[in-house]
Design a binder for this molecule. Structure first.
Ligand code: ADP
Length: 488
């Protein structure tokens, strides 16, 4: 097992964490290595009753946690940050084992994930209120920002650590307590990070983790949504599940932060630096085997540079090394499961049947294992293809041709999603015109990688609600309270 080589074997936790205690529940579920299909661990399969206990523990822990000063909370968060950094090699190893991404990428995610804890430990000290100039000499107006209470976080498998810290760190820094339900494919990363929170001195009940398989995840999700004690739900995952959770949260009028699907356009104009655009497209499209919500899904290239661009891109893509994420020099690991392979294959076949021109890849890399897919480039893509409408979430780049700036903007915005978009051009006027016209929460301009803890990450339209990271990232976890002081 790739987990035999951990420096600190006690980071491998297979139980859930409730009120500072590791709990087994009554059953367990299997976690597999997507590269080999081998069993990695049996993990506690918790359900509604454990979720109820976790919510009660978080609620009981809340008064003491919110009463600490922001500086005291920051001290614990900074220790947690330092422990993630110190154990980065082991955490990356656990992540590659259960998620599949190349070890260097996994290590990068540990740094990125840890950076949210550092950032929000600092930001927690700057949750400033307001005084408002009075319009009545006998009164004074104040605004406080206070911790919301118990927060729930439901997280996906594509970033098993960063999607947790991005939600949990601002919640904890603000003085909230949390219950986390990590993805069933990647509970080991979540539990290792929780173990480090314990070591950092997190008080019991402040951070709870409910591991569960897909069936029990639904049961736990329902309980978290319906609980009147839970004040806020943060979810990252598919738009489809986001809608279910939103509906389930309606009866308790819960605050929601949702980071849902994308369908990112990647637009290359005639005047772009083509080599830089190709590098940006490679990074944006094939990182994590195309399994990120900000991955370029549709490449739009202007007619004057179209042929040169697709040739350069196909050459680079053909040179990517696919394999087990633990192997040196691997650029692309396995996809997460059989369904993910089936979806990419379906999108590729659909595109080829509708006139797409295959320039690289095109089929599962079965010689490597059941869940590998060749990095693929398809030219002459058209708007009737499935990949034009749906997020492929895999290593396939369809390249569309366009004539004018207006055509590119229209095509880019012609989707219900609005998370990330990318534009390559050297024209300063066009940068502003296109940057402002794109209906997206984030726009990379001559940049294929844009996420970092300091900036607001999130989408518009059906890509979600709220922003994570940045100083704004803490807003979702505090309530405004207006105090009116009379009899002055
Ligand atoms: P993905 O397509 O990335 O797997 P999902 O939206 O299916 O995204 O899953 C993201 C997270 O949502 C996971 O933690 C999963 O267990 C959880 N989840 C999926 N369906 C439900 C549901 N009906 N209720 C609550 N949680 C769910």
């Amino acid at each position: 097992s790739p987990l035999a080589a951990l420096n600190d074997a006690s980071l491998l936790k297979t139980q859930g964490l409730i009120n500072g205690e590791w709990v087994s529940g009554e059953a367990s579920f299997a976690v597999h290595d997507p590269a080999t299909g081998l069993l990695l661990a049996e993990v506690a399969n918790l359900g509604a009753s454990e979720a109820e206990a976790a919510v009660a523990a978080a609620n009981a822990a809340w008064p003491a946690w919110r009463s600490k000063t922001a500086k005291e909370r920051a001290a614990i968060l900074m220790r947690w940050f330092q422990l993630l950094t110190k154990h980065a090699d082991d955490l990356a190893r656990i992540m590659t084992a259960e998620q599949g991404k190349p070890l260097a990428e996994a290590k990068g995610e540990i740094g990125y994930g840890a950076s949210f804890i550092e950032w929000f430990a600092e930001e927690g000290k700057r949750v400033y209120g307001e005084t408002i100039p009075t319009t009545d000499g006998n009164k004074r107006y104040l605004v406080l920002k206070q911790a919301m209470g118990v927060c729930a976080a439901i997280t996906p498998w594509n970033f098993p650590v960063a999607m947790i810290t991005r939600k949990v760190a601002p919640a904890l820094a603000a003085g909230c307590t949390v219950v986390i339900k990590p993805a069933e494919q990647t509970p080991l990363s979540a539990l290792a990070v929780a173990e480090l929170a314990q070591r950092a001195g997190m008080p019991s009940g402040v951070l709870n983790v409910l591991s569960a398989d897909s069936e029990r995840s639904i049961e736990i999700g329902k309980l978290l949504c319906e609980s009147p004690i839970v004040r806020h739900l943060s979810f990252t995952g598919s738009t489809e599940v986001g809608r279910i959770l939103m509906r389930q949260c309606a009866p308790t009028v819960k605050k929601l932060s949702l980071e849902l699907g994308g369908n990112a356009p990647f637009i290359v104009f005639d005047d772009a630096d083509l080599d830089s655009a190709v590098e940006g497209a490679l990074a944006s499209k094939y990182r994590n085997a195309g399994q990120t919500c900000v991955c370029a899904n549709r490449l739009y290239v202007q007619e004057g540079v179209y042929e040169v661009f697709v040739e350069k891109l196909a050459a680079k893509v053909a040179a990517l090394k696919v394999g087990n994420g633990f192997e040196a020099g691997v650029n692309q690991g396995p996809l997460i499961d059989a369904q993910a392979i089936a979806k990419v294959q379906h999108h590729v076949e659909d595109a080829l049947a509708k006139g797409g021109r295959l320039l690289a890849g095109g089929k599962p890399a079965s010689e490597l294992g059941a869940q590998f897919f060749e990095p693929t480039v398809i030219a002459d893509a058209s708007s009737d293809m499935l990949c034009a409408r749906e997020e492929t979430f895999g290593p396939m780049a369809p390249v569309f041709r366009f004539a004018t700036e207006a055509d590119a903007i229209y095509a880019a915005n012609n989707t219900e999603f609005g998370l990330a978009a990318y534009v390559y051009t050297r024209d300063i006027g066009r940068i502003f015109r296109v940057g402002e016209a794109l209906e997206y929460g984030m726009v990379g301009i001559n940049a294929g990688i844009i996420a970092t803890a300091e900036v607001p990450f999130g989408g518009v339209k059906q890509s979600g609600l709220g922003r994570e990271g940045a100083h704004q990232g803490i807003d979702d976890y505090v309530e405004l309270k207006y105090l009116c002081l009379g009899d002055i």
